[in-house]
Ligand binder design. Structure first.
Ligand SMILES: [Zn+2]
Length: 149
């Protein structure tokens, strides 16, 4: 495979201080996620090039398609604060398995992130795997494709 970089021991003790900061922010909003229908809570935290962190949980809706992913909320908060450049992402999901960002959110992140940006996929106990955005969304379409139009 080569893409997946498991973190030894699946323990928060192995996180760098920078990743731990993102993890704590994501875990805090994971706890406030509104997921009464799926019971699948997600918390996403984004670090920008100015060092600020923006985080959001998923917000479901009785009209299912109106629900919003955690990453979408975090991207909206970031952009609304005037920030434009993502340098690191961490997502905490419920469940035992490895959960990565959905396809739509990969594209949302792509708008503001370079392909080399790390995306840490975590469970409540810690980071389970790290990918680059390019690994999750190869050969992607982005803002540069629209330059000149
Ligand atoms: Zn999503």
């Amino acid at each position: 495979m080569g893409h997946i970089v498991p973190r030894a021991g699946r323990s928060v003790a192995f996180m760098s201080p920078e990743i731990r900061e993102l993890f704590d922010a994501a875990l805090a909003v994971h706890g406030h996620a509104y997921a009464p229908y799926s019971n699948f809570r997600v918390g996403a935290a984004i670090r920008t090039d100015t060092g600020r962190i923006f985080a959001a949980g998923n917000v479901e809706n009785a009209a299912y398609p109106q629900g919003a992913c955690a990453e979408a909320g975090a991207v909206c908060a970031m952009a609304s604060a005037g920030e434009r450049r993502i340098v690191e992402v961490l997502v905490v999901c419920d469940g035992e398995g490895l959960s990565t960002c959905c396809g739509g959110c990969r594209q949302r992140l792509r708008e503001f992130a370079a392909g080399s940006v790390p995306i840490h996929c975590a469970g409540p106990e810690g980071v389970r795997a790290t990918f680059t955005l390019e690994q999750l969304l190869p050969e992607s379409f982005g803002p540069e494709n629209l330059v000149g139009f």
